[in-house]
Design a protein around this ligand. Sequence first.
Ligand SMILES: CC(C)(COP(=O)(O)OP(=O)(O)OC[C@H]1O[C@@H](n2cnc3c(N)ncnc32)[C@H](O)[C@@H]1OP(=O)(O)O)[C@@H](O)C(=O)NCCC(=O)NCCS
Length: 152
Amino acid sequence: MVETTPITIREMDRGHVPQVLEIEQASYPAPWSESAFINEMTSGASVAIVALAGESVAGFAVGWTVADQLHIANIAVAACHRRRGVGTGMMVWLLKEAGRRGCISSSLEVRESNQAARSMYRQLGYRSVAVRKTYYSDPREDAIVMVKDLEE
Ligand SMILES: CC(C)(COP(=O)(O)OP(=O)(O)OC[C@H]1O[C@@H](n2cnc3c(N)ncnc32)[C@H](O)[C@@H]1OP(=O)(O)O)[C@@H](O)C(=O)NCCC(=O)NCCS
């Protein structure tokens, strides 16, 4: 069934964590733990958000603002909500918040084979600038480093 519930984006709180973990575990071979997400909510340098479809968590994203840069640390969308702009919406939210915090650029790493994510980031204005050899394990793979100026 195609999901059509309107999406709203807000900051992540502890009540969202069980659903966030389900999406995380379904999306990554080496998922973040519950305590990792809880730590993100208490760190002033982190911006942790969820996309909600009613009461359900459709996706989440975590960014780190370090000096004048936003680093995208984690983003995933539940399979049933993919390809309807949820990932893009969360990225736009993070980029706006980073701008408010004085960031002037953004960076991220992405698996070389992750064409869906690479395509989303390209559409958002990120460009590939470097390769980190065998950056990932499970399975071992290179990372593509992508960057974007926020004043575009
Ligand atoms: C990557 C991810 C977050 C994208 O979320 P999403 O909500 O589906 O993305 P959007 O609907 O905003 O898509 C934006 C664009 O990304 C690209 N894209 C997204 N999914 C794609 C797919 N399966 N195949 C090809 N391109 C895709 C398209 O260019 C799309 O624009 P379009 O629909 O107008 O063609 C989601 O696929 C996901 O959770 N993947 C698993 C976790 C992951 O890989 N995270 C990124 C780690 S760096």
